[in-house]
Design a protein around this ligand. Structure first.
Ligand code: CA
Length: 228
């Protein structure tokens, strides 16, 4: 089923959109803040179209759009603009939005815009292969960037290579030797401790609680694993 995200902090408008989109046959994911929306977009990379309100409690819709476009050029983005704010349309299109709908809008108008974007996407949404996602993390393997909850995490090349290896093997235990060979190369004959040193540094950068890591977990007697 085609999935749509609606970001709108005003509950009555959001409910109105949700009801009408469901009636039109879409699967709908809803958010009331920018942060919530970005987290949901990472959780559901199959979302094909996002509808973004502009005035939000934590950040404006343009900023949300900008962050979506940093990792995803394909998703359709529709801004919800107020009638009085002509400038919104221009700003929205400049931050990468595809279309806008002026409040108040009719359900038919909104679904027509969404349908048009899905048609342009070619029906099925193709998740670009250069993007790896896991929980709050989005890795763009083309730009070599890692984001957590929409925030960029600065990594060294080695740290980046380790996280990429983990994300490509989520849930599988990797030995220190596996990691050393994959990241430093087969020829490298340094100490295995270099793996532990890098993992320790990575945990400081990516874990919520370094003392209780939940992303890079230790597999006793073997090595490490991405995820619980
Ligand atoms: Ca609002």
């Amino acid at each position: 089923m085609k999935k749509v995200l609606i970001l709108e902090d005003e509950l009555n408008i959001r409910s109105f959109v949700v009801i009408n989109l469901k009636r039109a046959g879409y699967e709908v994911v809803e958010a009331g803040t920018g942060q919530e929306a970005l987290a949901l977009l990472q959780k559901y990379p199959e979302i094909g179209v996002a509808i973004l309100d502009i005035m939000l409690p934590d950040m404006d819709g343009f900023e949300v759009c900008r962050r979506i476009r940093a990792t995803n050029k394909q998703m359709g983005v529709i801004m919800l603009t107020a009638r009085t704010q002509e400038m919104d349309k221009i700003t929205g299109l400049m931050t990468g939005a595809d279309d806008y709908v002026t409040k108040p809008f009719s359900p038919a108008e909104l679904t027509a815009r969404i349908d048009a974007l899905f048609r342009r996407l070619g029906g099925d949404v193709v998740v670009p292969k250069e993007v790896l996602t896991y929980g709050p993390f989005v890795m763009n393997t083309r730009n070599h960037t890692l984001e957590k909850n929409g925030k960029r995490i600065k990594l060294t090349q080695v740290e980046y290579a380790i996280v990429k290896l983990f994300m490509q093997n989520a849930g599988s235990a990797l030995s220190r030797e596996d990691i050393l060979t994959a990241v430093w190369g087969r020829e490298y004959d340094g100490d295995l401790k270099i793996v532990d040193v890098n993992i320790r540094r990575l945990r400081v950068k990516i874990e919520d609680d370094t003392a209780n890591p939940t992303y890079i977990t230790t597999v006793w007697g073997l090595g490490y694993k991405w995820g619980a």
